[in-house]
Design a protein around this ligand. Structure first.
Ligand code: SDX
Length: 461
């Protein structure tokens, strides 16, 4: 992977700050000056890029609770105020006034498109929605009851086995081609995973339909009859995709950036992001919320589960609640709840799970534990209720999240490759293991009871 040519004059980096921080080692009395960086909203950071080189001291931050892994212009979150901006535009405005294709253009290219730019971007995405015919055989390798996220990880990674014309990351036109291909193909790949589980044929995407309309038709059409698009559902899907498009350095985006930092091809990087998103603490939470609501069953048991969520000895957590960054309402959850009411109203569905979710939210938000820990509903709390009402099976909820988030992943991948500060991600560690010890031949080792299982070696929280 060739070093990036320096495009800007070697002067002050963006966000440079003449001030600094002092680090003092109280054990030795030594002090060091650490340069400061200032974000667009005046937040100051300690630049520790050279800390270890200058001091021999590492920082320790598992989960990166206090660490900025990169610089970025794409998305800004103010967790205290519940603010989410994409290239400076609020998620509330984008969700109500933009559409997903326009939001994709904004995230990828930094500005809202002109009418001509939007038309040509739409057309280019439509040019890449089809899958290579041989690609379909990949699905046949899976059991019909395979989780669709398992299929997504495998099939998206396999794109690099087909599209050799867009895996050279040093060729800018190949980077763009891969980015557009991934955005275009994710609905097709996801819908086919669902159709495969049903034993149904794979409907082709159609260029006379919009992005959300194609997704709905590929998911729910029946080859024996004409599929009628419900414009309210298409608009709701479009908004759900906008709400999931990007969210700065979340676990899956950080996974994509780390994979990309080694020079891996874009399809492999996005497959890695899909794998990370699948976890119930991240994108898998929408599926976990529905399972939790089904387990709670009725409002009369909400108190029992709230108590379990507060009980340190109980591993149960209120799925769809809490967030590493938001210590206020997740603005996406507010839009999602409004959309939930709209969709269920249009569909004439009186889903007891929605009532249960609202009761759960109300009780939790009045409970000291949740108030003190600033645990609010996040983007995943309501999304599953809407998707279920539209006919999506629970197992497809995280696939929908991945379809929306692909543009965020590829936008960060593109930004990472252009960043002159960027190099292969290689964190260090705090080593607490054995000091050096001599090898003992097996005949000189003690014996254990043959029945000793390995389970005790795994341990567990
Ligand atoms: C997404 O990063 C992103 O931006 C992600 C995302 C995106 O768009 O990419 O926004 C999408 O992943 C949303 C989050 C979906 N996950 C869930 O809804 C799962 C339930 N939530 C939790 O697991 C948790 O809140 C996390 C994982 C979301 C955040 O965990 P943190 O930041 O590591 O916080 P923590 O686990 O340290 O919790 C802090 C305290 C703990 O109590 P104490 O040890 O301090 O006493 O809050 C408690 C936790 O026990 N807590 C919860 C809770 N979430 C946190 N207690 C009960 N129920 C919960 N849901």
């Amino acid at each position: 992977m060739s070093r990036k040519p320096r495009t800007s004059a070697p002067g002050a980096a963006k966000g440079a700050d003449a001030s600094s921080f002092t680090l003092t080692d109280n054990a030795t009395g030594q002090s060091w000056q650490l340069p400061a960086r200032t974000g667009a909203f005046g937040n100051r950071l300690i630049d520790i890029k050279k800390l270890y080189g200058d001091t021999g001291v590492l920082t320790y931050d598992p989960g990166f609770t206090s660490t900025a892994s990169c610089q970025s212009d794409i998305t800004f979150i103010d967790g205290e105020k519940g603010v989410l901006l994409h290239r400076g535009y609020s998620i509330e405005e984008l969700a109500s006034r933009s559409d997903f294709m326009e939001t994709c253009y904004l995230l990828l290219y930094g500005e809202l498109p002109t009418p001509e730019q939007k038309a040509s971007f739409d057309a280019d995405i439509k040019n890449h929605t089809l899958m290579h015919d041989q690609f379909i055989s990949f699905y046949k390798g899976f059991m019909r009851n395979a989780h669709p996220m398992a299929i997504m990880v495998g099939v998206v990674g396999a794109l690099s086995a087909f599209y050799h014309d867009s895996i050279d990351i040093n060729d800018l036109s190949q980077r763009q081609l891969a980015a557009h291909r991934l955005i275009a193909k994710m609905p097709t790949i996801g819908a086919y995973a669902y159709k495969y589980s049903l034993g149904m044929s794979f409907p082709m995407p159609r260029n006379d339909l919009s992005y959300p309309e194609n997704l709905l038709r590929m998911m729910f059409s029946n080859p024996a009859e004409e599929y009628k698009i419900n414009p309210v559902l298409a608009r709701a899907i479009d908004r759900i995709l906008i709400l999931h498009a990007d969210h700065e350095q979340n676990a899956s985006t950080s996974t994509v950036r780390l994979a990309g930092s080694s020079g891996a091809n874009p399809y492999a990087c996005i497959a890695a992001g899909i794998a990370s998103l699948w976890g119930p603490a991240h994108g898998g939470a929408n599926e976990a919320v529905l399972k939790m609501l089904e387990e709670i069953g009725g409002v009369e048991r909400v108190g029992e589960y709230i108590a379990r969520a507060k009980d340190k000895s109980d591993s149960f957590r209120l799925m769809g609640f809490g967030h590493r960054v938001y210590k206020n309402y997740d603005p996406r959850a507010t839009v999602m709840r409004k959309t939930c009411h709209e969709v269920l109203g249009v569909l004439g569905i009186d889903d007891p799970k929605l009532k249960l979710a609202m009761a759960l939210e109300k009780i939790a938000l009045e409970d000291d534990y949740f108030v003190e820990k600033k645990l609010y509903p996040n983007v995943d709390f309501y999304s599953g209720i809407i998707l279920k009402a539209m006919g999506f099976p629970t197992s497809m909820f995280t696939v929908m999240f991945a379809i929306g988030r692909t543009v965020g992943w590829v936008s960060h991948w593109k930004e990472m490759l252009k960043d002159e500060d960027q190099k292969i991600g290689r964190p260090r560690q705090l080593y607490l293991g054995h000091k050096k010890r001599k090898y003992i031949p097996i005949d000189n080792r003690g014996h254990t009871d043959k029945k000793t299982s390995w389970s005790w070696l795994w341990g567990g929280r």
